[in-house]
Design a protein around this ligand. Structure first.
Ligand SMILES: CC(C)(COP(=O)(O)OP(=O)(O)OC[C@H]1O[C@@H](n2cnc3c(N)ncnc32)[C@H](O)[C@@H]1OP(=O)(O)O)[C@@H](O)C(=O)NCCC(=O)NCCS
Length: 438
C-alpha cells in the first residue's frame, strides 16, 4: 500500500492541558517502540524520532527496536543475491544472515544519526542473547534465532542514565555467532523482560483491520480467539504483530499499539489522546488473577515460605493455608502462580476487610503485579460491602502507603477479633488503612 501522503498535525496548543493529565501517569514507565524497516525508510521517520524525543522529555523511558525487512529485500535485489527469508521467521541461510547484518548496521546507524539530531543519547547494544531456532519439523532453520536471554540489568543501567537503547533484529548466541531474530518477537520479549507498560509497533499500515474493518480497540482475548479460529480475518502483513501482541499481553504487558508510522504525529496522538489513531490491543488488567482453589494451597505455602523466614509475612502452616484457601487469590502467568493476596472480611465489623499475604515472586517483582493484587483485593472488598480495607505490615508498609494509597492508622480501627490476634502476635506491625470510595 502506498503512503497516504503527509497527514496534517492534529495537536493544538489547547490540547496541552489534556496531555498534561497523561504525563504523571506515564512518567518513568518503559515504552518499547518497534519500528518497521519500511518506516525507517519513510520520509516521516525524522518526525517519528522527534516524537520519541518528546516522550523522553516527558520522562518516559524508551527502548527502540527496529526491523530491516525493507532494507534486506532492497539490498538483496541490488546485489542480485537470493535470500531465504525476509522477516526472520523462516530459514535464514548464510547469505541471508550476512545481508541481514549489513542491513541492520545501516538501519541502526540511521536511527543513531536521527536520535543524535534530536539531541538524545543512545546506544546500540548486545543485550539480547540469541539461540538458534534449530530444526523444526525436520527443517534446519540455520541462522534463524529466538531470544534466549535479555540482559535487563545492562538495559536498565542505560535507561536509568537517560540513554535510549537501540536493539537490532540480529542477536548473538553464546559463542558470539550472529542470528537473525524477528523484530516483532524481539519487541514482545523486551517488553516482558523489562516490565514495559506499552509496545508501540510503527508499521506502514493504518492499524489492525478485522474482516476489512478498521478496529481502534480490541481486547486481547478477542484477538487471541480470532488468531486461533479465523486468522484469515487479520491482514497477513499484520499477523505476526497480532500474535506477538497477544503473547506479550498474556505475559503481563498491559497494552500494545499498532500505528501508522507514515502519519505525522501518529505516535503522540495515539499515546496522548483518549481515542487514539491506530489500534490498541488491551489486556484485562485483572484477568491474570483468580480465586485460589484447594489444589493451590501447597504452591501458595511454598511460594511465601522465604518471605515468612524474612518475617515479611506471617507464618502460616500448610493446613492454615488450606483451611483459609477461600480467602486467597492468585496471579498467574502462563498457568504458573507467581503471586498471591488474601482478603478477609470480619463478621464482627463487616465494613472492614483486610488485605494480607501479598506476595510476588522475586523474579516478577517491580512490574506492577503487587499493586494490581492489592487493587483487585480492594475492588473485591468493595464488592462484598466493605467501606475500608486494612493491611498490617512489618517491612513493606511503604508499598502500601506509597503506590497502594493506604495511610497509617492506629489500633482503634481494628475489628475486635483482629485486635485480639494483633496483640497476641506481638509482631508490632504497622496498621494501614484505605477508605474505599465510589
Ligand atoms: C511488596 C511486594 C508484594 C510488592 O510487589 P511488586 O509486584 O514488586 O510491586 P509493584 O511492582 O506492584 O510495585 C509498585 C510500586 O511499589 C513499590 N514497592 C514495591 N515493593 C516495595 C516495598 N517493599 N517498599 C516500598 N515500596 C515498594 C515499587 O517501587 C513500585 O513503585 P512505583 O510505582 O513508584 O514504581 C513484593 O515486593 C513482595 O512480595 N515482597 C515480599 C513479601 C511482602 O513483604 N509482602 C507485603 C506484606 S503483606
Amino acid at each position: 500500500m502506498q503512503p497516504t501522503g503527509p497527514a496534517v498535525s492534529t495537536i493544538k496548543p489547547t490540547d496541552l492541558r489534556g496531555i498534561l493529565n497523561y504525563v504523571p501517569r506515564f512518567q518513568n514507565q518503559i515504552f518499547i517502540i518497534a519500528i518497521d524497516g519500511a518506516i525507517v525508510a519513510d520520509e516521516n521517520f525524522s518526525n517519528v524520532l522527534l516524537d520519541i524525543a518528546v516522550l523522553r522529555s516527558l520522562q518516559i523511558r524508551v527502548v527502540l527496536v527496529h526491523g530491516i525487512g525493507r532494507q534486506l529485500r532492497e539490498l538483496a535485489e541490488a546485489r542480485g543475491i537470493a535470500i531465504s527469508d525476509v522477516d526472520g521467521t523462516g530459514v535464514v541461510d548464510a547469505a541471508t544472515v550476512d545481508l541481514a547484518i549489513r542491513a541492520s548496521s545501516r538501519v541502526s546507524h540511521q536511527v543513531l544519526e536521527g536520535l543524535t539530531q534530536s539531541g538524545l543519547k543512545c546506544a546500540i547494544t548486545n543485550s539480547v542473547r540469541a539461540a538458534p531456532v534449530g530444526i523444526m519439523k525436520g527443517v534446519d532453520n540455520q541462522f534463524a534465532g529466538r531470544v534466549d536471554r535479555i540482559d535487563t540489568e545492562f538495559l536498565r543501567h542505560l535507561i536509568d542514565r537517560q540513554v535510549v537503547p537501540i536493539i537490532q533484529p540480529v542477536g548473538f548466541d553464546r559463542d558470539g555467532v550472529s542470528l537473525r531474530i524477528n523484530s516483532d518477537l524481539l519487541a514482545g520479549a523486551l517488553a516482558t523482560a523489562l516490565g514495559a507498560t506499552k509496545i508501540v509497533y510503527l508499521t506502514p499500515h493504518p492499524g489492525l483491520e478485522i474482516d476489512g474493518e478498521m478496529r481502534h480497540q480490541i481486547a486481547f482475548e478477542e484477538l487471541s480467539t480470532l488468531l486461533d479460529s479465523r486468522p484469515a480475518a487479520i491482514p497477513a502483513a499484520l499477523l505476526s504483530k497480532a500474535r506477538h501482541a497477544v503473547t506479550a499481553i498474556r505475559s503481563g504487558v498491559p497494552r500494545v499499539h499498532l500505528i501508522d508510522g507514515r502519519v505525522h504525529d501518529a505516535l503522540l496522538n495515539e499515546i496522548f489522546s483518549s481515542e487514539g489513531v491506530g489500534t490498541l490491543v488491551y489486556g484485562n488488567d485483572y484477568q491474570q488473577i483468580r480465586r485460589a482453589t484447594r489444589r493451590d494451597a501447597r504452591i501458595i505455602y511454598n511460594l511465601t515460605r522465604n518471605a515468612v523466614k524474612r518475617e515479611e509475612l506471617v507464618h502460616r502452616t500448610l493446613q492454615a493455608v488450606e483451611k483459609n484457601i477461600e480467602s486467597f487469590y492468585v496471579f498467574e502467568i502462563d498457568e504458573n502462580i507467581i503471586g498471591c493476596v488474601s482478603l478477609t472480611v470480619y463478621p464482627d465489623q463487616p465494613d472492614t476487610a483486610e488485605v494480607g499475604c501479598v506476595f510476588v515472586q522475586p523474579y516478577h517483582q517491580d512490574r506492577g503485579i503487587g499493586k494490581k493484587l492489592v487493587e483487585f483485593a480492594c475492588l473485591e472488598a468493595a464488592r462484598r460491602g466493605a467501606r475500608r480495607v486494612i493491611a498490617l505490615s512489618t517491612q513493606s508498609f511503604k508499598f502500601f502507603t506509597g503506590p497502594c494509597g493506604f495511610a497509617e492508622a492506629d489500633k482503634s480501627i481494628l475489628p475486635p477479633s483482629r485486635l485480639e490476634a494483633y496483640e497476641k502476635s506481638q509482631r508490632n506491625s504497622r496498621i494501614l488503612v484505605r477508605e474505599l470510595t465510589g
